[in-house]
Design a protein around this ligand. Structure first.
Ligand SMILES: N[C@@H](CCC(=O)N[C@@H](CS)C(=O)NCC(=O)O)C(=O)O
Length: 233
């Protein structure tokens, strides 16, 4: 082997050894009943969306949260997903993780202006309450509708994304939650986001069709399987 060939060979060998270790390790929820498939956790998807949008290479570990492996509980005694390993330290909580990602990988910026950071923040809780409700006149649907109407008003004034033309952190947090709302309410309650919420409808379409979303979304059947025992305990 010539010196040049040896040099090229060494560079290739070195890069093949270093590329996998450059990838961030991330633990996310595995699908309920299918531990080899990506699960439905909206907080895990939020982190994956942030990694995808920032084009940060990552290595995913699927965690069966109904049967957490010993190694996972050792690195993360709190036992929740997502967790990401930064500089040798495992960090839980999607709020904390996405803030660290923004600092470490500032481009493209996903910073949401402070005045828009809580847009839509009550939608998920009101969706869950409505989903689990067995009493059609308990007002839970109206609470959800008022949150969705507030989002509609905001998007009409500032859209197509929460902070305008560019996607930002708040959209990446809302997207998986709106996906749950869309899939679970249609399946369990035959309920759809009303047509007159045109901006919300367009927003959901825009989010769900992004490459990052398609790559990181759980299959609908896994999402339904995860909600079933909570809807009908
Ligand atoms: N506040 C946390 C919530 C994470 C969370 O609730 N994860 C759920 C799955 S979606 C979990 O790990 N549950 C397992 C458990 O609590 O044992 C975040 O934003 O990351």
């Amino acid at each position: 082997m010539t010196t040049m060939n040896l040099l090229i060979f060494s560079v290739l060998l070195l890069s093949s050894l270093t590329i996998p270790t450059m990838a961030l390790e991330v633990c996310v929820k595995a699908a309920v009943g299918a531990p080899d498939h990506l699960g439905d956790c909206p907080f895990s998807q939020r982190v994956l969306l942030t990694l995808e949008e920032k084009k940060v290479p990552y290595q995913m570990h699927l965690i069966d949260i109904s049967n957490k492996p010993k190694w996972f509980l050792e690195i993360n005694p709190g036992g929740k997903v997502p967790v990401v390993k930064f500089d040798g330290r495992w960090v839980p909580d999607s709020d904390v993780i996405t803030q660290i990602l923004e600092k470490k990988y500032p481009k493209p910026s996903l910073v949401t202006p402070a005045e828009y950071a809580s847009v839509g923040s009550k939608i998920f809780a009101s969706f869950v309450t409505f989903l689990k409700s067995k009493n059609a006149s308990d007002g839970t649907e109206q609470v959800l509708m008022s949150e969705l109407s507030a989002l509609e008003k905001h998007l009409k004034a500032h859209g197509p994304y929460v902070s305008g033309e560019k996607i930002s952190a708040v959209d990446l947090s809302l997207a998986p939650k709106l996906y749950h709302l869309d899939v679970a309410l249609r399946h369990f309650k035959n309920w759809n986001v009303p047509r007159n919420l045109t901006h919300v409808k367009k927003y959901m379409k825009l989010l769900f069709s992004r490459e990052s979303f398609v790559k990181t979304a759980a299959k609908k059947k896994y999402l339904i399987a995860a909600w079933a025992p909570k809807v009908n305990p």
